[in-house]
Design a protein around this ligand. Structure first.
Ligand code: GLU
Length: 501
């Protein structure tokens, strides 16, 4: 019977959780769930200078947010503890010794400065630089002298020949061993290098399939040689393509953020992110379908439907997809997200009644839900719901509020609205309808100035819905302020005109 599938996500905690890392993790998770296997999280923190706790937290939070719960790893523990590589040094050391004893590895005392100098000389001669094996056959007495003030690194003795591996996406890939160099497996401070620790752990943790980014493809032949040298079984490999921006360059802020947490903080929904990341490089076979539930993805996923070419991150498509999930989402959940975004932005409730504030925010959510891509857009586009003063965009102000008759119509509207006992969608609509009939002008002649006066914007949710949320007092204050500004602008225009006469 085939081994039970065991896969792992093995991030180095040296920064935020990148969309590429999140997708690698997602493919591993889906693969494990589909094959009733085990998904392991291992933190590769052997680079002490670059690893930090904040980054570990970002990884754990990011995966949990996406719903990629791990079966073994930090917090949940498991039979192969510890899951932090920095706590497993004696284990790697023991295997490094084994290679040393088998003469498949050797101590190297060359300092970084010496290596740099020899590399420079070799390049100056037009030769390719590879470690020149100076320490491979070091006489014992020389070694003793060197060992007095230097700590050696351990290098793997790369055999002659070539190394092949079978990649589940690419088929057989072959590397010439001359390209591989006698790479370091243990540094002079006793820490293992990535390639070595990764192989030891993948074996000890029983990993059957290594699914990772194709930026690691060039490491894999080195790892295959290590498996062979240690008499370990070689797992299966799948190197999945990188995620690039639309211009085919490395994903950066210019393409939208590369950090998963930024999307969470802006109010993207995890189910949308899950769907979007899954569809990056994976073809479901249903070319017309974009929206997939988690279960559908698990059900249909297979590694041979993962493309080999780079995936292109498309923020517009993500926005479209998230908009879809927002429209499906429960108002209370979106209100919770809005409340946390407002808090983070320092926007406070006007009074001390949390229930009223929540109710108010829920109304704003209801009005904005059909037209947003992510929850923070409610604040970006609808600041007027949360701030007392409305800012006018000068061209909009000129076009709509300085139009002849706009001020008079605002005055009329203000008068009628002030007489209303209940400011509701219906009562506001009937005010505008009767005014437009009385004056024989289109309702739009009232609607546009009213919208700009109360929100500063040309577009947004339905005007009456928006005004009902703002409430009578704010409507009246804002219209009065707009009228004042129209008068000031007209006066200064006239003043300017007379001066120029
Ligand atoms: N620590 C490596 C990284 O974050 C893991 C690579 C692997 O999955 O083997 O890129």
């Amino acid at each position: 019977m085939a081994d039970k599938v065991r896969v792992r996500f093995a991030p180095s905690p040296t920064g935020f959780l990148h969309l590429g890392g999140a997708r690698t993790s997602l493919f591993n998770w889906v693969f494990a769930r589909k094959s009733n296997g085990t998904f392991i999280l291992r933190i590769e923190d052997t680079d002490a200078a670059r690893s930090n706790e904040e980054s570990v937290r970002a990884i754990l939070e990011g995966l949990s947010w996406l719903g990629l719960c791990w079966d073994e790893g930090p917090v949940v523990s498991g039979p192969h503890e510890p899951y932090f590589q920095s706590e497993r040094r004696p284990i790697y050391h023991q295997y490094a010794r084994r290679l040393l004893q088998k003469r498949l590895a050797y101590q190297c005392y060359c300092s970084p400065e010496e290596l740099a100098q020899r590399k420079e000389e070799s390049l100056a001669h037009g030769d390719n630089w590879r470690y020149d094996r100076r320490c491979l056959s070091l006489a014992e007495e020389n070694r003793e002298v060197l060992a007095r003030d230097r700590k050696p690194v351990l290098r793997f003795l790369v055999p002659d020949g070539e190394t092949s591996l079978v990649d589940m996406l690419r088929g057989t890939v072959t590397f010439q061993n001359t390209e591989l160099d006698d790479f370091v497996i243990e540094k002079s401070d006793g820490f293992p290098t990535y390639n070595f620790a990764c192989v030891v752990d993948d074996v000890l943790m029983g990993i059957t399939h290594v699914i990772r980014g194709d930026d690691h493809l060039s490491n894999t032949p080195r790892q295959v040689l290590l498996y062979q040298a240690l008499d370990f079984p070689v797992p299966r490999f799948a190197h999945i393509p990188m995620i690039l921006g639309k211009d085919k360059t490395r994903l950066s802020k210019r393409h939208g953020s590369p950090s998963l947490a930024d999307y969470r903080d802006k109010g993207y929904l995890p189910e949308a992110m899950f769907n979007y990341l899954a569809r990056l490089s994976w073809a479901s076979g249903e070319e017309e379908q974009e929206i997939f539930s988690r279960e559908e993805i698990i059900d249909r996923f297979s590694l041979d439907r993962v493309a080999r070419h780079a995936a292109v991150f498309d923020l517009d498509k993500l926005n479209w997809m998230n908009g879809y999930y927002i429209r499906e989402a429960d108002e209370e959940r979106l209100t919770d997200l809005l409340l946390s975004i407002l808090k983070r932005e320092g926007i406070k409730p006007p009074g001390d009644q949390p229930d009223d504030w929540r109710k108010y925010c829920r109304q704003v959510v209801r009005a904005m839900k059909p037209r947003i891509h992510y929850v923070a857009q409610i604040v970006e586009d609808g600041r007027y719901f949360f701030e007392e003063t409305v800012d006018y965009d000068p061209p909009v102000f000129r076009k709509v509020l300085l139009e002849p008759g706009a001020r008079e119509r605002l005055e009329k509207s203000r008068e009628r609205i002030s007489e209303l006992e209940n400011v509701t969608i219906e009562s506001l609509e009937s005010v505008v309808r009767s005014l437009s009939e009385e004056q024989g002008v289109a309702a739009a002649k009232f609607i546009h100035p009213l919208r700009v006066a109360t929100s500063g914007k040309k577009g947004g949710p339905g005007l009456f819905e928006m005004l009902e949320i703002l409430g009578k007092d704010r409507i009246l204050i804002r219209i009065a302020r707009a009228i004042e500004q129209i008068l000031t602008a007209k006066l200064s225009e006239e003043g300017g005109a007379s001066l120029s006469l």
